[in-house]
Structures are given as structure tokens and as C-alpha cells.
Design a protein around this ligand. Structure first.
Ligand SMILES: [Mg+2]
Length: 108
């Protein structure tokens, strides 16, 4: 199991060491840019998709550090929340299956 808090600290230490001085707005844009790079490589059947995914996570962890979020805690909580969600299967007019989440008071 990886230690996301340690990774987060390593990421921020590397930023400081290299003199990167990015702000949260540009970090959002860069994370999106890295995901776009992953899709582009995937779409062109090029290598390096997983490395672009790693770049996305690096930016996410950096933003979590800046904003004071514990991504590991949030991930665990969200996975559990998703497991409890219920869906109904419907058909589109074209006959494809679609899944519609049933909203609850606990998860509106
Ligand atoms: Mg990249």
C-alpha cells in the first residue's frame, strides 16, 4: 500500500527544491492538461498513458496539499459511498442499457 501523505510531501518538497511557484488555478489547468495528454496518447495508441495518469495524480496530490485535503481519506470514503449506491437499469430509445442512480437522503 502506498502512503499518499508521504507522496504528497515528496511532491511538495520537489516543487520547493526545483523552485516551482505554481498557484492553485494553474494546478487545476495542468491536471486537466495531463489528463488530456493521457487521452491523446491512448487515442493514438502511443506509449506513456500510465505516466500521464501519474502526472494527473501528482497535480491532484499537490492541490490537496495546498487546500489541506487528505486524498487518501477522501478516496476511501468515496469508494465506500459508491459501493452503497443503488442503480436501476433502463433502456434508451435506441435500446442501449443505461444506469440511473437512485438518490437517497444520505446521498442526494
Ligand atoms: Mg505529462
Amino acid at each position: 500500500m502506498i502512503d499518499l501523505k508521504k507522496l504528497q510531501k515528496d511532491i511538495m518538497d520537489n516543487r520547493k527544491e526545483k523552485g516551482f511557484n505554481s498557484d492553485i488555478t494553474s494546478d487545476f489547468c495542468r491536471a486537466y492538461e495531463e489528463l488530456s495528454e493521457a487521452f491523446s496518447k491512448y487515442n493514438k495508441n502511443q506509449p506513456g498513458v500510465a505516466e500521464e495518469f501519474a502526472d494527473v495524480v501528482i497535480f491532484l496530490l499537490g492541490m490537496c496539499d495546498t487546500l489541506g485535503y487528505d486524498l487518501e481519506k477522501e478516496l476511501v470514503a468515496k469508494v465506500e459511498k459508491n459501493k452503497k449506491r443503488k442503480y436501476i437499469k433502463e433502456k434508451t430509445p435506441e435500446g442501449k442499457d443505461i444506469f440511473i442512480r437512485i438518490k437517497t437522503n444520505e446521498d442526494p
